[in-house]
Every structure is written in C-alpha cells, then in structure tokens.
Ligand binder design. Structure first.
Ligand code: SME
Length: 184
C-alpha cells in the first residue's frame, strides 16, 4: 500500500507536468514500448488526468475501460458495480457479457467477497469461474473501493491468450482502481 501511495505521488507529479504541457486528455498516447511496465507508466498519468476533474462514476469507468482496451487490446475489460447485493454489469469494452453476478460467485464475486485481487492464469483451474465467453482463457479481477474501503465494484480483465496477464498487471490495475477511489 505504501508503495502504491508513493507511486500515486509520482503520478501526481506527472499529471501536473502533463497539464502544464497542455496535453488534451481526450487524446490517448499509447507507448510503443514492449515492456508492459513502461506502457502502464505512460498510461496511468493519462488515466488520472482523464478522470481527475470528473465526478460522474459512469463517465470515468467508461473512459478507463476504453483506454485500457485501446492500449492492451484485451478480449474484454470493464466493470461490475455492487447494486442490491449483486454485481451488475457496468461500462465495458468487448463482447456482450453476463449481466449479474452474485456475492462470492465466479472470479468477480470472489474478488468482491475476499476484497482481494484475483489473478487467474487459466480459468479452467478456477472452481466456479463464470464463462461469459468461451474465448476468454485468463482473467484478472481487482476490487474497486470507496474511500471507506468498502467494495463498490470490480475491474475485470479477460484475455483470450494464456501467459499474458500476470502480477505486473495486478500491480498496475490496483493503481487504476485507486485512481477511481480518489474521484469518489
Ligand atoms: N468470468 C467472470 C465473469 C465476468 S466476465 O468474464 C466479463 C467471473 O468468473 O466472475
């Protein structure tokens, strides 16, 4: 957590730099580096800048899903939000998906229940995985918290490739989730 806060401080500096250069937040600069860390390091300040002055959660989730999809070309990336004790489909990019997920069910419901990110390198090995699409073979789900640390939803990433999603993605997707918390 401390490490993440330090990271966010660093990003804050980057955001100020970006704003002073008058970069339009509507234009996403996608790093061409092959190193995943580099791509995230370039993307995250832009995401922060994109949602910084906007308090509408739907708008922010929609832009984050779009930016992540545009950058990483994952099969599916998006959000589920907690509503009446269920996860309900929220802004996403990719094929149509399951609309509602119960507490503790699937990878999403497990991330919500355990309040912990789930890295699933092979969905066949995850007992109770909910297959919204047979093309998705690996998945990461990161909880999204409010400022009291209550889970308000999850960020879900699905890949149609094995060995693409890893701990680096988990690390940076948690920072993305923290950026959303900051706007609440
Ligand atoms: N596979 C998820 C369901 C959501 S979709 O992947 C978009 C799960 O097991 O919770």
């Amino acid at each position: 957590m401390i490490e993440q806060i330090l990271h966010l401080r660093k990003y804050k500096i980057k955001i100020v730099t970006l704003q002073s250069k008058n970069v339009m937040s509507e234009e996403l600069f996608i790093s061409t580096g092959i190193d995943k860390k580099e791509i995230y390091e370039s993307l995250i300040p832009q995401l922060a800048s994109l949602i910084d002055n906007e308090t509408d959660l739907t708008a922010n989730l929609a832009n984050i899903a779009a930016a992540l999809h545009q950058t990483f070309k994952w099969w599916w990336v998006g959000f589920y939000l907690v509503k009446n004790n269920e996860l309900v489909l929220a802004p996403f990019q990719g094929p149509i998906a399951c609309t509602r997920i119960k507490y503790g069910k699937g990878v999403c419901g497990t991330a919500w229940k355990n309040e912990k990110a789930q890295l699933v390198p092979d969905v066949q090995q995850f007992d109770g995985h909910i297959a919204c699409s047979s093309s998705s073979v690996a998945e990461i789900v990161v909880p999204v918290l409010d400022k009291t640390n209550k889970v308000i939803g999850v960020l879900d990433v699905d890949s149609e490739h094995y060995n693409v999603l890893d701990d680096t993605d988990v690390y940076y997707l948690k920072i993305v989730s923290q950026l959303i918390t900051n706007t609440l």
